[in-house]
Write a protein of this length. Sequence first.
Length: 138
Amino acid sequence: MNSVLAAGALAMGAVLAMPASAQAAAEQFSFYTSDAKRGGYVSGTLVSGGSSWNKCSYAKIKNNSGSYVQDKARDGKAAVAWLVYTDCKSGAVKWRELGRASGYGKVDYLPGTPVYNAKKAKVAVCLSSKKNCRYSRY
């Protein structure tokens, strides 16, 4: 029993001794598109493996966070959620579609599939043609 407690204490000490830089960046988001009808809405949590958004690592929607995009207007345009990030190898800004809700009230849940070698990641919600976009941060 004592050896089990000692092993647990060592494990706890190892976890507590981890440097702060090992913590991942996380951001909760909840916002509408910029059009007058506020036709698209997105909500959830974005995480990165780096300690800041400016470091190259992975970026993804947090697993089991209930993240989603929703079509909020009867305007015939889909609401589309995007992961927008800078590719660390090429330096290019890339857009990866996360989800698309088409039809008033429709919801699409966002997957937790990571993008690797990314920095400055943010979530965008736009109307179907990448118009009226709004970003989780700039």
